[in-house]
Ligand binder design. Structure first.
Ligand code: ZN
Length: 496
């Protein structure tokens, strides 16, 4: 376990954690959203963020402060907390983003970390290289080596109680991301931002984002607090949390507001296109879209930014409750229905069900089978992996219906899509307490058939009978030939 991070609760690879930030004398509950503060333009005063939005941690850019004489003098003179009038934890970025955009950043890791320390930052950042997606492998490898040197430089600096970020780069190469995660976790740095995913999110490439994050997480391991750098749209937070991301930052709330863009959990709307607000935050419940449009630009921007933050924090709270209740994947599934790109992201997440299964708690609230994708959830995979541990008798009936009264079989197990067969005594255990639809979908039946196959193959000496109705051919074709398949009606007729 890393010193400053403790996991309290988990669901899929998502978790509720506690990040200790000693220099701020604060413990931040994760998943947490850090509003990005542009020190040149405070859309919402940090003191209001703390008092009205419950913000425990924010992020600002030390490079901008260092390059702006008046800000630098003020920060050096009174410190960041006093300058921003914020008592919570403050993370500072290093200028890496400016480096990637303008390529004229001339500051070393040592200089910027010493500056961050001097102005009272609580979590500092070295100068890494945010390698964009889709570059050549050669470029990604070279730049990753530079980033890793920055991590080594950062490790060598005495920063007292200030925590340090260890950014994970590697572009869109999963093996480089995994190696970068592995390398970062081996340092004694504290927080692990996964960098340069913003172009993927701006391009609605949520499936590619999932591949990058899943790879980085494989390298980092479970106990590292992970910051998905540049991610703060409420639409994608549940997906990112389910992958195991703990910290997010939102510049979007303010940047989008300046363009009259209104955030929702199903995507972004243009204020002009709205006749009604689908939200009950203080801003949306007190005025109509027309009222908001009639305000002057500064007021409109501020009020839209406030709505954008409210809806984002609301989603963070909903995610935390989902982790507590054990239904985070149901929430991810609902978000996947909001946008086709999120659907791609959810399906990519389920491609890593094996990776999620390693961290997913064995027992949770209730499993809701709400779509074909539910059949690919880690709980189903786990059951199939464990079927060979169950003791079976010589003659076993696997049935979607009740058991016949006769003694033709030694035992009768239930078959429930998407899980497949399980002994009746497990009926009250998670996930077999699942609520499943009365009209099973094909994917669930196919998954159940896969479960039957695993059980049959693990028990070559048992005679199996499978009693099901209306399974499609592609499910039945997965059942081994030596299984006698009956209809439910036939089984009950025999018993009469
Ligand atoms: Zn609102």
């Amino acid at each position: 376990m890393r010193d400053h991070f403790e996991i309290r609760d988990a669901d899929a690879a998502g978790r509720i954690g506690r990040l200790e930030v000693p220099r701020a004398d604060q413990t931040v509950e994760t998943p947490a959203l850090m509003p990005v503060i542009n020190p040149n333009r405070l859309t919402i005063e940090p003191a209001r963020l703390e008092a009205e939005f419950g913000v425990e941690i924010l992020i600002t850019n030390s490079y901008i402060i260092r390059e702006t004489e008046s800000l630098r003098e003020q920060a050096e003179d009174e410190g960041l907390h006093e300058m921003l009038r914020f008592d919570g934890a403050i993370m500072t970025d290093s200028g890496s983003f400016q480096l990637s955009e303008y390529s004229d950043v001339e500051v070393t890791t040592e200089e910027i970390i010493e500056f961050q320390h001097a102005i009272g930052s609580d979590i500092g950042t070295p100068v890494d290289i945010p390698t964009p997606p889709d570059v050549s492998r050669e470029q990604a490898t070279e730049e990753l080596a530079t980033t890793q040197q920055a991590l080594a430089d950062a490790e060598g600096i005495d920063v007292g109680e200030m925590l340090l970020n260890a950014p994970v780069q590697g572009s869109t190469y999963p093996d480089l991301r995994e190696a970068a995660g592995d390398h970062a976790a081996a340092t004694d740095l504290n927080v692990f931002p996964i960098g340069a995913v913003v172009p993927l999110m701006n391009g609605y490439r949520y499936d590619d984002m999932v591949e990058v994050v899943a790879a980085a997480k494989r390298g980092l391991g479970v106990d590292c607090p992970v910051h998905l750098f540049g991610a703060g749209h409420p639409m994608m937070l549940a997906l990112a949390v389910a992958l195991g991301c703990d910290l997010f930052d939102s510049a979007a709330y303010a940047l989008y507001a300046r363009d009259d863009r209104y955030l929702t959990v199903a995507g972004t709307q243009q204020l002009d296109d709205l006749d009604y607000f689908p939200c009950s935050c203080p801003i949306c419940s007190e005025q109509t879209p027309a009222d908001l449009q009639s305000k002057d630009e500064d007021t409109r921007t501020r009020l839209l930014a406030e709505h954008n933050l409210h809806v984002t924090f609301e989603e963070i709270r909903r995610i935390k409750q989902a982790i507590r209740s054990g239904n985070l994947l149901e929430l991810v599934e609902r978000r996947a229905r909001g946008h086709p790109a999120m659907y791609d992201g959810y399906r990519a997440l389920l491609d890593h069900a094996d990776q999620l299964e390693a961290e997913d708690p064995v027992s949770k609230g209730s499993f809701f089978h709400t779509s074909a994708e539910s059949a690919r959830r880690p709980e189903v995979l786990r059951h199939h992996k464990r079927l060979d541990r169950l003791a079976v008798p010589a003659q076993l009936l696997l049935t979607e219906g009740g058991a016949p009264d006769g003694d033709e079989y030694d035992d009768a197990w239930r078959v429930v899509p998407p899980f497949g067969p399980f002994p009746r005594e497990l009926s009250d255990s998670y996930p077999f307490t699942a609520t499943v639809p009365d009209r099973p979908d094909r994917a669930g039946q196919v998954a159940a058939a896969d479960g039957v196959r695993v059980l049959v193959e693990a028990n070559p000496d048992t005679k199996f009978t499978l009693a099901v109705d209306d399974w499609p051919a592609d499910a039945l074709s997965r059942v081994p030939d030596r299984v006698t398949v009956e209809s439910l009606a036939a089984i009950h007729d025999d018993a009469d």
